[in-house]
Ligand binder design. Structure first.
Ligand code: 3HC
Ligand code: NAI
Length: 705
């Protein structure tokens, strides 16, 4: 037994087995070995009658070691199943003492114990579904036996950790205590040992019978929900199959079914993608060159410059987090409009029951509208969200430099402009950073944190910490036109437009990529965001010589004033008050005319070509972004696309998707597109890193493909 993984101490005739594998006591092979040894010792220890299992580090266990998945250790014995069987076979009672969390395999271990006691602050859950898996250590068989079918469906399909109090009315816990967990657990262990000595059998969840009069109805309802709500995910239906087995078959048959389905899910691409996302999410918060506990600046107040679409959305984030927020505008009318927009957002939430009147008042009380820079001089962080115009932004930053206190962080929400140039107008470029929110800024999870050439480490660390506070997924980007997300989406949009020139219709392109899993195709998306935004950016890029072939059809659409939903017409037609996109005969005619004028032959494009050209355009630019070190790692790019651009989560993001296709084939297909008549061969030249990976058989995310 490894002493540092498991501590075995005696409390009277009870062994307290405290297990540790920081930070969350995940049940990797070494810990499983140590636990198995401890259970064996307990079994042969004549000095004890019972045991208490408790996790070190203030938590029970976060479950199976996900880092081990994909390595041989994951399936090496003793497995979780071996530990659970040892508990089943034990003649001495074992009590699980739960604080912090007991999740996945950790909760399943607790379910195999004879008794459970929890601190009232603890949470339990089976989050395997979020990894594209099912609880594979007996959870699907034991949980319905102790909390019933309906509860088990909710826990396993929801995957969210639940406060233990939620189960207070079920026999899941022998006791829920506010303090003295070990004392309570030892008391229960002693009582149970006395009952065993008196000839009573040990209580095992596996022996319980499920009584559910409406089994068929509940399962049917769950299957219908799973088919619509989780249509691209195989795990929920497999979980329901296991629950059905729990209710209709013997425990051993149910376990066999669980094992069979678990192993099948483990090998699916969806599960591999979701496991990638689990680690990608956590990796994104790590900044190269910054220690985890880097110094941060205090942010107790924030000032937003510009109360337009973005400024008001950004302000709501900080108001929600209980932070005093100044809102500065050039004129009273615009300022009033901004305040009104914030209030209207809250009123909408009030009507939907998402907010109560008290909270609304509290949040609005934190808002300080102002027309005067003197009013924001004491702000700890300033976020500029004025027009996307360098001259306007330079003026704002020069004013900020002259008026705001030293030590304040000065941020810009620019989507495309050079953060270093903006920083250079101040005498404190180390305090300047980009905070690129996405619209609607109070809803979208993504925040690109743009690290300027001179941004100070503590400014960056503060931005990352603040992102957590306002519940954003922060991804660090270097400075370039469009940063990570928009720079890539420009390539994607360029392909979408090129395919219109070649013969596809907007609705055909949207339908193909939506079937792939994108929340919205490029044309519906552009209509939602406003076609004029891209037009404005293109005009600047034409002037800067950054685009050689003009987007003729898209420009002509804007010249007609078809900016999208806001003008009631864009790539599609819209009816007042309705966001449904209807194919437009005007657009159809415009496309025909422009194609005829270009004199280019048109052809039919298959869905496969549409999807590959859109997604591989992202991948190629993503690879270049990595080569230029604009993104720190491939998984960061995936997080940008999953949280900001509606890329299907179950595909793991564009870079992980490229790995699942295989980089060799991605490159091969790019070369095929370069060989099409009239193709933009420069566009389809695979990035150097992709060519290298194709040659060596490597993967871009570094994980198993
Ligand atoms: N295995 C390996 N590492 C894990 C882990 C796990 N089960 N759970 C968390 N970690 C790691 C994280 O990767 C992170 O590592 P890092 O510091 O190197 O980035 C570290 O632990 C801390 O994690 P968080 O940042 O998420 O910390 P929080 O305190 O916010 O949350 C938690 C802790 C609630 C335990 C959360 O990490 C979590 O939900 N973990 C996943 C739980 C899970 O999905 N368990 C099921 C596993 S599958 C299973 O058990 C199969 C079985 O049925 C057979
Ligand atoms: P907007 O036009 O809705 O709002 C800009 C606001 O700034 C207006 O209310 C205007 O009166 C005010 N303003 C202009 N000059 C000012 C000054 N000197 N001082 C104070 N206020 C001033 O624009 P929007 O969409 O909110 O964009 C703002 C910034 O956010 C731009 O840099 C844009 O590129 C960026 N952005 C926009 C996104 C979007 O989807 N709209 C997404 C991400 C970033």
């Amino acid at each position: 037994m490894s002493a540092d993984l498991v501590e075995y101490t005696l409390r009277g005739r009870v062994a307290v087995i405290r297990f540790a594998n920081p930070p969350v006591n995940s049940l990797g092979l070494a810990l499983r070995r140590a636990l198995a040894a401890a259970l064996e010792r307990m079994s042969g220890d004549a000095a004890i009658d019972a045991a208490v299992l408790v996790g070190a580090n203030g938590t029970f266990s976060g479950g199976a070691d996900i880092k081990e998945f994909g390595a041989p250790e994951a399936f090496m014995g003793p497995s979780l199943w071996s530990l659970n069987s040892m508990l089943d076979e034990s003649t001495k009672p074992v009590v699980a003492a739960i604080e912090g969390v007991a999740l996945g395999g950790g909760f399943e271990l607790a379910l195999s114990c004879h008794h459970r006691v929890a601190l009232s602050s603890a949470k339990v859950g089976l989050p395997e579904v979020k990894l594209g898996l099912l609880p594979g250590a007996g959870g699907t068989q034991r949980l319905p036996r102790i909390i019933g079918i309906e509860g088990a469906i909710n826990v396993m399909l929801g995957g969210e950790p639940a406060p233990v109090g939620l189960f207070a009315k079920s026999p899941l816990f022998d006791a829920i205590v506010d303090a003295d967990l070990i004392t309570a657990a030892c008391g229960i262990a002693e009582k149970s040992a006395a009952a065993v000595a008196a000839g009573q059998p040990l209580r095992r969840i596996r022996d319980a019978k499920i009584r559910e009069p409406d089994l068929e109805g509940l399962l049917q309802f769950a299957r219908n929900t799973a088919k619509t709500a989780f249509k691209d995910y195989p795990a929920p239906l497999a979980i329901i199959d296991c629950i059905q087995a729990a209710a209709t078959k013997s425990f051993e048959e149910g376990i066999a079914e669980e094992q069979r389905l678990f192993k099948g899910l483990f090998l699916t691409d969806v599960s591999a993608a979701l496991r990638h996302v689990f680690f990608a999410e956590r990796a994104a918060s790590r900044v190269d060159g910054l220690p985890k506990n880097a110094a941060v600046r205090t942010v107790e107040s924030v000032a937003i410059i510009g109360a337009g679409t973005m400024g008001t959305g950004i302000a709501i984030n900080f108001l929600n987090a209980g932070i005093r927020t100044y809102l500065l505008e050039v004129g009273k009318e615009a300022l009033d409009r901004g305040v009104e927009r914030i209030r209207a957002t809250y009123d909408g939430q009030l009507k939907k029951g998402k907010l109560d009147a008290g909270k609304l008042a509290q949040r609005m009380a934190l808002l300080v509208p102002t027309l005067d820079y003197a009013g924001i001089a004491s702000a700890d962080l300033v976020i500029e969200a004025v027009f996307e115009d360098m001259a306007v932004k330079e003026k704002v930053f020069a004013t900020l430099d002259a008026t705001v206190k030293q030590g304040a962080i000065l941020a810009t929400n620019t989507s495309t402009l050079d953060v270093d140039r903006i920083a250079a107008v101040t005498r404190r470029p180390a305090d300047v950073i980009g905070l690129h929110f996405f619209s609607p800024a109070n809803v979208m999870r993504l925040l690109e944190v743009v690290r300027g050439a001179k941004t100070a480490p503590d400014v960056l660390a503060t931005a990352m910490a603040l992102a957590k506070k306002i519940r954003k997924t922060a991804v660090v980007s270097g400075v370039c036109d469009g940063f990570i997300g928009n720079r890539m989406i420009n390539q994607y949009s360029a392909q979408a437009l090129a395919m219109i020139d070649e013969g596809a219709s907007p609705q055909q392109i949207d339908a193909a990529i939506e079937k792939f899993g994108f929340a919205m195709g490029p044309f519906r998306m552009s209509d939602l965001a406003g076609n004029d935004i891209g037009w404005h950016i293109r005009k600047r890029q034409y002037a800067e010589g950054k685009i050689s072939t003009p987007a003729v059809i898209a420009d002509a659409l804007c010249e007609l004033g078809r900016f999208g939903q806001k003008t009631g017409a864009g790539w599609y037609d819209y009816k007042p008050g309705d966001r449904t996109a209807h194919p437009s005969s005007v657009v159809g005619k415009l496309i025909d005319e422009k194609r005829a004028a270009a004199g280019r032959p048109i052809r039919k494009l298959e869905s496969r070509e549409i999807i590959e050209r859109l997604v591989f355009a992202l991948v190629n630019e993503g690879a270049r972004i990595l080569e230029e070190k604009i993104a720190q790692r491939a998984s960061d790019i995936d997080m940008v696309y999953l949280t900001g651009y509606g890329f299907p989560i179950w595909r793991g993001g564009p870079m992980r998707y490229a790995d699942s296709v295989g980089i060799y084939d991605v490159v091969r297909r790019m070369r095929a597109y370069a060989a099409l008549p009239g193709a933009d061969t420069a566009f389809w030249t695979p990035a150097a890193s992709l060519q290298r990976l194709a040659a060596t058989g490597g993967s871009i995310t570094g994980g198993a493909a």
